[in-house]
Design a protein around this ligand. Structure first.
Ligand code: FEO
Ligand code: CA
Ligand code: CA
Length: 697
């Protein structure tokens, strides 16, 4: 019989297992917090500003003025709970009266080793780690893995997902794009010895990282999707594929290496977490915890470079996976600039299987969680981005060029330059309530809202006619490559781990997911503020931000907390003012998406409430604003990633199933997806209604 380890109580950062922490982010939570700047946190700013602020507010509407004097409003339903209808999101009622798109019976939190979906819903596994996708790739055999096979098979640990339309020639087919964030060799290889990985294991891991593109076939009568193996559009990009650096850092001495004296050609993409889909038909992929793959930063003697490496958390000694033993580029003592070539947003044209993906350096370099664009009124892309580290920042990039419509070759070529030209900003937040009202418990301030105003501070303007640094003492190239250092200098606001950031296609409001921060308020660390109001923040919060929608390129915004996550019985939680006894418990929000009705869907990473991770839907407008309902849970040890909601289906990437401390191929801690005796495989799952109707209607 399998011996199951205790499910909860392994309190590695945000409730994850030690194994996940080690392989996913290189134990980021256990290292010194990289942000040593003395940047103010919101509390400092409030203390200074409160006395001179006039309070232009009512119970339901928050208005601030941008620097240009333009009114920005977050709109109504901020805290009103007066019209909340009866509902029982915790599993009691078949809630036919829920918000449109969320009319399903919420599932109860649980620890079942499977994907649990609401009554009346069905599911299938779309594609698994190791399934052959590229022509010539062999079927998966866990005992006969090779790097060559893996390079043509679906990669490990699927995270971000995008579904793109295909034309009339491809009836009922879509193009699925997936990130393969990281490998867990303990769960991939029998007899894995972490101290002595073999070259073959390392090369398989290189091939299991990266991106995957695969055509998927829709079922006629349901939301079921099936992968079309070996289709000509199918593609894998790995840790050794060619990528091009574009924008202000391309060709800079800061990114030149012995293998690439041009500073423009990078091999590989690493730790792709979340991403985005552009209106011009490309996908964006955040390179997140890239630091963990590079060794020996602790021995760098140049003080400036040592400080920069430390700010990015590059590994001081040997890395967990020991890749530096097999390729010198992973050793910063031998290739000092190789790590500077990771930590970017990658843009991929998935419709062209021969295209070289680009690393867009105008968007800055940090631990990119994702990058979701929208267009300004005049058609310029704005990309919102989080830097997922405790006490780090969130950013936006505003292109100076307008998107061209249509799919002509000229339009396509033009649109592939949009993210090379524009301005990068970092966010600074100010609260509107007195600092004394924030005691670290999460108690609402007397005005009934965690809210305030904010400024986008310019860091870098990129242009073919010359790149401009807006940061004193740093060149444009330095701001691009060492963006964290630049943001420290301009006094950006230290947040509780900014993860996904997505603008609502309906309202234009932007949702900034802050997953948790176990160090908030600890000795020597930043204390609470109005945007990050809980000490030792276990459960996270979601911030709602409004720019002047006529001018999202503007430099001012209004913000308020939309959700303060946790057990609704905990007084320190907040669900946009919706009655808390009627919502599902939620912990550690991470990736988000919007459904066709404008509801926000939230996946979690590291539930601290004793349940497996899950996917939740919540209305962001109307009288049910804040009514959060749980739609699914994932198997043991897994994280819910890459959510997408279409009319007929909900798609999730089940990442790192079975990743529980002590787990190995020989001692699996999950039997998902193929049952006992089969190796555990991360996989993409589609969920639909058995009666064929649309999701949540
Ligand atoms: Fe890969 Fe920030 O989660
Ligand atoms: Ca307030
Ligand atoms: Ca994530």
């Amino acid at each position: 019989m399998r011996k199951l380890l205790p499910l909860i109580g392994n309190s590695h950062g945000g409730g994850r297992s030690a194994l996940t922490c080690r392989y996913r982010c290189g134990d980021a939570c256990f290292h010194e917090v990289p942000n040593k700047s003395d940047n103010e946190y919101v509390g400092d700013v409030i203390a200074r500003a409160y006395s001179r602020r006039s309070m232009l507010r009512s119970a339901a509407v928050v208005t601030v003025a941008s620097a240009a004097g333009t009114a920005i409003t977050l709109g109504g339903n901020g805290s009103s709970a007066t019209a909340a209808p009866a509902a029982d999101a915790q599993g009691g009622a078949a809630d036919a009266a829920g918000a449109r798109g969320l009319r399903f019976k919420a599932i109860a939190p649980n620890t079942d080793d499977r994907v649990t979906v609401p009554e009346g819903y069905e599911q299938n596994v779309v594609i698994r780690w190791g399934d052959p996708i590229v022509k010539g790739a062999p079927g998966f055999n866990s005992d006969k893995q090779t790097a060559a096979a893996q390079a043509g098979q679906f990669g490990y640990n699927n995270d971000f997902l995008s579904l793109l339309p295909l034309g009339d020639d491809y009836e009922r087919r879509q193009l699925l794009v997936a990130n393969h964030e990281y490998t867990d060799e303990n769960l991939m290889f029998k007899g894995y010895d972490p101290a002595n990985p073999t070259r073959e294991q390392v090369e398989i891991a290189w091939a299991a990282h990266g991106l995957g593109v695969v055509v998927v076939q829709e079922d006629h009568r349901s939301g079921k999707l099936t992968a079309v193996n070996r289709h000509q559009l199918n593609r894998r990009l790995t840790a050794t594929s060619e990528f091009q650096l574009t924008g202000p850092a391309a060709g800079s001495p800061l990114v030149k290496t012995s293998a690439d004296p041009t500073g423009t050609k990078v091999l590989g993409t690493l730790n792709n977490c979340s991403g985005g889909t552009t209106p011009w038909g490309t996908t964006l992929h955040g390179e997140e915890n890239f630091n963990q793959y590079f060794a020996n930063a602790g021995q760098v003697t140049d003080a400036t470079e040592a400080a920069r490496l430390k700010r990015y958390g590059v590994t001081a000694g040997a890395t967990e996976r020991k890749w530096e033993r097999f390729d010198k580029r992973f050793d910063v003592l031998q290739e000092p600039n190789e790590s500077h070539r990771f930590g970017w947003v990658v843009e991929l044209d998935p419709y062209d299987p021969h295209s070289t993906p680009r690393k867009r350096t105008a968007l800055g370099r940090f631990k990119h969680e994702g990058a979701q664009p929208r267009l300004t009124e005049d058609g310029r892309p704005v990309v919102y981005m989080g830097d997922d580290e405790k006490f780090d920042y969130f950013y936006k990039f505003v292109s100076s060029k307008q998107m061209k419509k249509g799919d002509s070759r000229a339009a396509k070529e033009h649109n592939l330059t949009l993210l090379d030209e524009g301005t990068l900003y970092v966010a600074k937040l100010t609260g509107d309530s007195p600092a004394a009202e924030f005691d670290g418990t999460g108690k609402l301030p007397s005005d009934g809202q965690f809210d305030g105003s904010g400024a986008w501070i310019k860091l870098l303007t990129s242009s073919p006619s010359g790149n401009v640094s807006h940061v004193e003492g740093m060149t444009a190239e330095e701001v691009a490559v060492f963006t964290r250092v630049a943001a420290d200098k301009v006094g950006a606001t230290k947040m509780d781990r900014p993860e996904d950031i997505e603008p609502s296609p309906r309202t234009g409001r932007v949702y900034v997911v802050l997953t948790n921060n176990s160090d908030r308020g600890k000795a020597g660390k930043a204390g609470v503020d109005e945007a990050n109001p809980r000490n030792v923040n276990k459960h996270g919060q979601i911030l709602e931000l409004a720019e002047n929608f006529d001018d999202p390129a503007g430099d001012g915004f209004a913000w308020r907390l939309f959700l303060v996550a946790g057990d609704p019985k905990d007084p320190a939680t907040f669900f946009a003012g919706f009655p808390k006894e009627k919502v599902s418990p939620i912990s550690c929000p991470d990736n988000v998406t919007f459904d066709p009705h404008g509801n926000l869907w939230i996946s979690t990473d590291g539930n601290q409430l004793g349940s497996h991770d899950g996917l939740f839907g919540v209305a962001t407008a109307g009288e049910r604003r804040g009514e959060l309902k749980q739609f699914l849970t994932v198997p043991r040890g897994a994280e819910t990633c890459g959510p997408l909601v279409q009319d007929k289906r909900v798609l999730v990437a089940v990442q790192h199933p079975g990743e529980i401390d002590g787990a190995s191929v020989e001692k699996p801690q999950s039997v998902w997806p193929d049952g006992p005796g089969k190796i555990v495989r991360p996989a993409v799952v589609s969920v639909w209604r058995k009666d064929g109707k649309n999701i949540g209607i």
